[in-house]
Design a protein. Sequence first.
Length: 223
Amino acid sequence: MPDIRAVVFDAYGTLFDVHSVATACREVTSDPEALSREWRAKQLEYTWLRSLMGRYEDFWEITRAALRFALRRLKLSATEAQMDRVMSAYLSLGAFPEVRETLQRLHPRFTTAILSNGSPRMLQAAVEGSSMAPYLHHVLSVDACQTYKPDPVVYALAPKALGLAKESIAFVSSNSFDVIGAKAFGFRVVWCNRVGAPLDELGFTPDITVARLDEIPAALRLR
Protein backbone atom coordinates (compact mmCIF):
# COMPACT_ATOMS: atom_id res chain seq x y z
CA MET A 1 0.00 0.00 0.00
CA PRO A 2 2.01 3.02 -1.21
CA ASP A 3 1.74 6.51 0.27
CA ILE A 4 0.45 5.36 3.65
CA ARG A 5 1.19 7.95 6.31
CA ALA A 6 -0.87 6.67 9.25
CA VAL A 7 -2.01 3.37 10.71
CA VAL A 8 -5.29 3.54 12.64
CA PHE A 9 -6.42 0.58 14.73
CA ASP A 10 -9.76 -0.61 15.95
CA ALA A 11 -9.51 -1.38 19.67
CA TYR A 12 -11.86 -4.14 20.78
CA GLY A 13 -11.04 -7.47 19.21
CA THR A 14 -8.07 -5.98 17.36
CA LEU A 15 -5.69 -4.59 19.97
CA PHE A 16 -7.57 -5.83 23.03
CA ASP A 17 -8.90 -9.35 23.52
CA VAL A 18 -12.55 -8.82 24.43
CA HIS A 19 -12.81 -12.42 25.58
CA SER A 20 -10.23 -11.85 28.27
CA VAL A 21 -13.30 -10.86 30.32
CA ALA A 22 -14.02 -14.58 30.64
CA THR A 23 -11.83 -14.67 33.75
CA ALA A 24 -14.11 -12.15 35.47
CA CYS A 25 -17.19 -13.98 34.19
CA ARG A 26 -16.25 -17.01 36.28
CA GLU A 27 -17.71 -15.21 39.28
CA VAL A 28 -21.24 -15.65 37.91
CA THR A 29 -21.11 -18.77 35.72
CA SER A 30 -19.40 -22.11 35.29
CA ASP A 31 -19.27 -21.48 31.52
CA PRO A 32 -17.55 -18.09 31.25
CA GLU A 33 -16.75 -18.47 27.56
CA ALA A 34 -20.45 -18.80 26.70
CA LEU A 35 -21.27 -15.68 28.69
CA SER A 36 -18.41 -13.77 27.07
CA ARG A 37 -19.60 -14.72 23.57
CA GLU A 38 -23.22 -13.81 24.26
CA TRP A 39 -22.19 -10.55 25.91
CA ARG A 40 -19.99 -9.48 22.99
CA ALA A 41 -22.59 -10.36 20.36
CA LYS A 42 -25.29 -8.34 22.11
CA GLN A 43 -22.89 -5.45 22.76
CA LEU A 44 -22.27 -5.08 19.01
CA GLU A 45 -25.95 -5.55 18.17
CA TYR A 46 -26.91 -2.75 20.56
CA THR A 47 -24.43 -0.36 18.91
CA TRP A 48 -25.99 -1.04 15.51
CA LEU A 49 -29.56 -0.73 16.80
CA ARG A 50 -28.88 2.50 18.66
CA SER A 51 -27.18 3.98 15.61
CA LEU A 52 -30.15 3.10 13.39
CA MET A 53 -32.60 4.52 15.93
CA GLY A 54 -30.56 7.69 16.45
CA ARG A 55 -30.50 6.94 20.19
CA TYR A 56 -26.86 7.19 21.14
CA GLU A 57 -25.70 5.94 24.53
CA ASP A 58 -22.05 5.64 25.42
CA PHE A 59 -20.28 2.32 25.11
CA TRP A 60 -20.03 1.71 28.83
CA GLU A 61 -23.81 1.84 29.23
CA ILE A 62 -24.32 -0.30 26.12
CA THR A 63 -21.85 -2.83 27.49
CA ARG A 64 -23.70 -2.98 30.80
CA ALA A 65 -27.07 -3.40 29.08
CA ALA A 66 -25.61 -6.18 26.94
CA LEU A 67 -24.30 -7.93 30.04
CA ARG A 68 -27.72 -7.77 31.66
CA PHE A 69 -29.29 -9.30 28.56
CA ALA A 70 -26.64 -12.02 28.30
CA LEU A 71 -27.19 -13.01 31.92
CA ARG A 72 -30.94 -13.29 31.34
CA ARG A 73 -30.47 -15.16 28.07
CA LEU A 74 -28.29 -17.74 29.79
CA LYS A 75 -30.58 -17.84 32.85
CA LEU A 76 -27.86 -16.62 35.18
CA SER A 77 -28.29 -14.43 38.23
CA ALA A 78 -25.89 -11.79 39.49
CA THR A 79 -26.02 -9.08 42.11
CA GLU A 80 -25.28 -5.47 41.20
CA ALA A 81 -21.94 -5.81 42.97
CA GLN A 82 -21.08 -8.88 40.91
CA MET A 83 -22.08 -7.07 37.73
CA ASP A 84 -19.85 -4.15 38.70
CA ARG A 85 -16.90 -6.51 39.12
CA VAL A 86 -17.54 -8.24 35.79
CA MET A 87 -17.94 -4.87 34.05
CA SER A 88 -14.64 -3.69 35.48
CA ALA A 89 -12.91 -6.29 33.32
CA TYR A 90 -13.53 -3.97 30.37
CA LEU A 91 -11.26 -1.40 32.00
CA SER A 92 -8.35 -3.85 32.11
CA LEU A 93 -8.71 -5.94 28.96
CA GLY A 94 -5.70 -8.01 27.99
CA ALA A 95 -3.90 -6.91 24.84
CA PHE A 96 -2.99 -9.49 22.23
CA PRO A 97 0.64 -10.56 22.75
CA GLU A 98 2.04 -9.02 19.55
CA VAL A 99 0.42 -5.59 19.98
CA ARG A 100 3.19 -3.73 21.77
CA GLU A 101 5.93 -4.91 19.41
CA THR A 102 3.80 -3.96 16.40
CA LEU A 103 3.13 -0.46 17.70
CA GLN A 104 6.79 0.01 18.60
CA ARG A 105 7.80 -0.78 15.02
CA LEU A 106 5.14 1.39 13.39
CA HIS A 107 5.29 4.41 15.68
CA PRO A 108 8.53 6.00 14.41
CA ARG A 109 7.47 5.82 10.74
CA PHE A 110 3.71 6.38 10.82
CA THR A 111 1.16 8.35 12.77
CA THR A 112 -0.52 5.70 14.93
CA ALA A 113 -3.99 5.95 16.40
CA ILE A 114 -7.00 4.12 17.77
CA LEU A 115 -10.49 4.73 16.39
CA SER A 116 -12.96 2.88 18.56
CA ASN A 117 -16.55 2.47 19.69
CA GLY A 118 -15.22 2.66 23.24
CA SER A 119 -16.00 5.60 25.47
CA PRO A 120 -13.04 7.90 26.31
CA ARG A 121 -12.84 6.55 29.87
CA MET A 122 -12.83 2.93 28.73
CA LEU A 123 -10.17 3.56 26.11
CA GLN A 124 -7.96 5.54 28.45
CA ALA A 125 -8.06 2.75 31.04
CA ALA A 126 -7.29 0.04 28.48
CA VAL A 127 -4.46 1.98 26.83
CA GLU A 128 -2.81 2.95 30.11
CA GLY A 129 -3.24 -0.53 31.55
CA SER A 130 -1.47 -2.10 28.57
CA SER A 131 1.32 0.53 28.43
CA MET A 132 0.46 1.44 24.81
CA ALA A 133 0.24 5.20 25.35
CA PRO A 134 3.85 6.01 24.29
CA TYR A 135 3.24 4.39 20.90
CA LEU A 136 -0.05 6.10 20.02
CA HIS A 137 -0.39 9.62 18.70
CA HIS A 138 -4.19 9.73 18.97
CA VAL A 139 -6.97 7.81 20.72
CA LEU A 140 -10.30 8.62 19.05
CA SER A 141 -13.73 7.67 20.39
CA VAL A 142 -17.09 7.62 18.62
CA ASP A 143 -18.30 9.73 21.54
CA ALA A 144 -17.16 12.72 19.46
CA CYS A 145 -19.82 12.06 16.82
CA GLN A 146 -22.47 10.24 18.92
CA THR A 147 -22.95 7.19 16.71
CA TYR A 148 -21.24 3.85 16.10
CA LYS A 149 -19.33 1.99 13.42
CA PRO A 150 -19.87 1.36 10.56
CA ASP A 151 -21.45 4.81 10.17
CA PRO A 152 -19.16 6.78 7.81
CA VAL A 153 -19.15 9.76 10.18
CA VAL A 154 -17.18 7.63 12.63
CA TYR A 155 -14.42 6.88 10.11
CA ALA A 156 -14.34 10.57 9.15
CA LEU A 157 -13.04 11.35 12.65
CA ALA A 158 -9.60 9.97 11.74
CA PRO A 159 -8.74 12.09 8.66
CA LYS A 160 -9.96 15.17 10.52
CA ALA A 161 -7.95 14.49 13.68
CA LEU A 162 -4.81 13.39 11.82
CA GLY A 163 -4.96 16.08 9.14
CA LEU A 164 -4.54 13.49 6.39
CA ALA A 165 -6.43 12.36 3.33
CA LYS A 166 -8.39 9.17 3.99
CA GLU A 167 -6.52 7.43 1.16
CA SER A 168 -3.25 7.84 3.08
CA ILE A 169 -4.60 6.03 6.15
CA ALA A 170 -4.34 2.27 6.68
CA PHE A 171 -7.16 1.13 8.94
CA VAL A 172 -6.69 -2.13 10.84
CA SER A 173 -9.50 -4.21 12.32
CA SER A 174 -10.24 -7.81 13.25
CA ASN A 175 -13.99 -7.26 12.88
CA SER A 176 -15.44 -8.05 9.46
CA PHE A 177 -18.17 -5.39 9.66
CA ASP A 178 -15.55 -2.80 10.59
CA VAL A 179 -13.25 -3.83 7.74
CA ILE A 180 -16.11 -3.42 5.27
CA GLY A 181 -17.26 -0.12 6.76
CA ALA A 182 -13.75 1.31 6.64
CA LYS A 183 -13.21 0.16 3.06
CA ALA A 184 -16.56 1.61 1.98
CA PHE A 185 -15.49 4.92 3.55
CA GLY A 186 -12.30 4.99 1.50
CA PHE A 187 -9.51 3.88 3.83
CA ARG A 188 -6.86 1.40 2.79
CA VAL A 189 -7.74 -1.56 4.98
CA VAL A 190 -5.87 -4.35 6.75
CA TRP A 191 -7.97 -7.22 8.07
CA CYS A 192 -6.39 -9.05 10.98
CA ASN A 193 -8.23 -12.34 10.53
CA ARG A 194 -6.93 -14.33 13.46
CA VAL A 195 -9.44 -17.18 13.19
CA GLY A 196 -9.68 -17.61 9.42
CA ALA A 197 -13.26 -16.33 9.32
CA PRO A 198 -15.09 -15.73 6.04
CA LEU A 199 -15.60 -12.12 5.00
CA ASP A 200 -19.17 -10.86 4.97
CA GLU A 201 -20.72 -10.71 1.49
CA LEU A 202 -21.23 -6.96 1.15
CA GLY A 203 -19.14 -6.18 -1.90
CA PHE A 204 -15.99 -4.79 -0.23
CA THR A 205 -12.69 -6.55 0.43
CA PRO A 206 -9.62 -5.53 2.45
CA ASP A 207 -6.40 -4.50 0.74
CA ILE A 208 -4.34 -6.81 2.93
CA THR A 209 -5.23 -9.74 5.18
CA VAL A 210 -2.93 -10.86 7.99
CA ALA A 211 -3.27 -13.45 10.73
CA ARG A 212 -1.45 -11.39 13.37
CA LEU A 213 -0.75 -7.71 13.86
CA ASP A 214 3.01 -8.22 13.77
CA GLU A 215 2.69 -9.11 10.08
CA ILE A 216 1.66 -5.54 9.30
CA PRO A 217 5.13 -3.90 9.23
CA ALA A 218 6.28 -6.35 6.55
CA ALA A 219 3.00 -5.90 4.66
CA LEU A 220 3.68 -2.16 4.64
CA ARG A 221 7.23 -2.92 3.43
CA LEU A 222 8.70 -1.56 6.65
CA ARG A 223 12.24 -2.80 7.05
